[in-house]
Design a protein around this ligand. Structure first.
Ligand SMILES: *Cc1c(COP(=O)(O)O)cnc(C)c1O
Length: 396
């Protein structure tokens, strides 16, 4: 029995994870995703750890659009796009996303993880180079692994190191700088104006993964390129429909026409994986329509985030500076991040503590994610709970 030996090894690995506090337990929700969620045992909690920035993951209009799309287009297509998996709504969504993001064309994927997995290899070969921020999302890292281009990595947000990589890689045919638009752990934004300036100076292309930004960053929610006013300088945007844009599934790559055209011919997660289900497509179309008509939700999450940040700083907490809906409450090397998260949950506030190795040593934190669905009372309740427990633990 080959499995006997593997089984013992796996049991050992699993118990090691538990010993080191690295074993992930999944909390089971008994309600839809929302500002307030039910958890097992009948408790309920205010939810401050979802990527539901615009608060529309349980929006009746969005659900109705998903149902309508299912009624009209069926449950699934049972095919990849290039065989018989392209319905009119798929091309409509691609056009709507292109228009929303201000890009020439868009290609859909089952997830942004797949978009990133399939974007590099068709475009770049061993005579090219990829230059990546060290804190980029796992799916960018995996996408880069699947590609033969030379790899350069710069320290998070360090423009001198990025420039050094651009100087070192000058003999390559093409260079592509890739960065998250908003970084999920610190909630900070990539320095897109500087990145674009360097890209111009050294003739490199720029890819932004705007998964934590699309829908709510920028004056009208178009993301970090809009926020910085550099949209036409970005060659490729990858993003997800699974966060602010409704929180279902799906993602895309948006960008220059020929790039998207080639991806449609060569990108493996597109060619060899099922088309997006009609319900997701219909709902995402609705979300884009809603966001194009009104900035109300985007303004609300922004206002909420500013309010929460200010109040937490006033209460004495160490908050990472930033202007997104990700608000990290830093506890540094204090052993309290996990304990504090547990205590907050008992008070009815669901947040997650992050400790090493998810974040660097000495950078333990509680990450708070603000949503447009939170009311002022929700925010005040949470600030009050943080303050009380923070005092109890001698953190403030
Ligand atoms: C969440 C996230 C992804 C993955 O998106 P999915 O659509 O859930 O696969 C990719 N990149 C970044 C930066 C993300 O934050």
């Amino acid at each position: 029995m080959a499995y006997g030996k593997l089984k013992t090894d796996l049991q050992h690995l699993i118990s090691e994870l538990k010993t080191h506090g690295q074993y992930k337990h999944e909390r089971i929700l008994t309600t839809p995703q929302s500002a307030r969620i039910g958890v097992k045992d009948g408790e309920s909690a205010l939810n401050f750890c979802a990527n539901n920035y615009l608060g529309i993951s349980n929006n009746p209009e969005v659900i109705k659009a998903a149902k309508n799309a299912m009624d009209k287009w069926g449950y699934g297509c049972a095919s990849v796009r290039f065989i018989c998996g392209t319905q009119e709504i798929h091309t409509q969504l691609e056009e709507a996303v292109s228009e929303f993001l201000g890009m020439e064309d868009t290609i859909l994927y089952a997830a942004c993880f797949d978009a990133n997995g399939g974007v590099f290899e068709p475009l770049l070969d061993e005579d090219c180079a990829l230059i990546s921020d060290e804190l980029n999302h796992a799916s960018i890292i995996d996408g880069i692994r699947l590609c033969k281009a030379k790899r350069y990595r710069y320290k998070h947000g360090n423009m001198a190191e990025l420039e050094a990589a651009l100087r070192d890689s000058q003999s390559n045919k093409y260079r592509l700088i890739c960065t998250d638009g908003v970084f999920s752990m610190d909630g900070d934004m990539a320095k897109l104006p500087e990145i674009c300036d360097l890209a111009d100076r050294y003739e490199a292309l720029v890819l932004v993964d705007d998964s934590h930004a699309t829908g709510y960053i920028g004056k009208t929610g178009r993301g970090t390129p809009e926020h910085f006013g550099v949209t036409e300088r970005i060659d490729i945007i990858t993003t997800t429909f699974g966060k602010a844009l409704g929180g279902g599934n799906g993602g895309c790559t948006s960008g220059r026409k020929e790039i998207i055209e080639l991806l449609r011919q060569k990108s493996r997660p597109y060619l060899f994986s099922n088309t997006l289900a009609p319900a997701i497509v219909g709902a995402t179309l609705k979300v884009i329509e809603m966001l194009s008509d009104s900035c109300e939700l985007r303004d609300k999450v922004w206002e909420n985030a500013v309010y929460f940040r200010k109040a937490m700083i006033a209460a004495g907490f160490d908050i990472v500076e930033g202007n997104t809906a990700i608000v990290p409450v830093m506890l540094h090397d204090k052993p309290h991040a996990l304990k504090m998260a547990d205590m907050l949950l008992k008070e009815g506030v669901y947040v997650i503590g992050f400790v090493y190795p998810i974040v660097p040593k000495g950078k333990a934190r509680i990450r708070v994610q603000i949503s447009a669905a939170h009311s002022r009372e929700d925010l005040d309740f949470t600030i009050e709970a943080f303050t009380r427990i923070g005092k109890e633990l001698n953190l403030i």
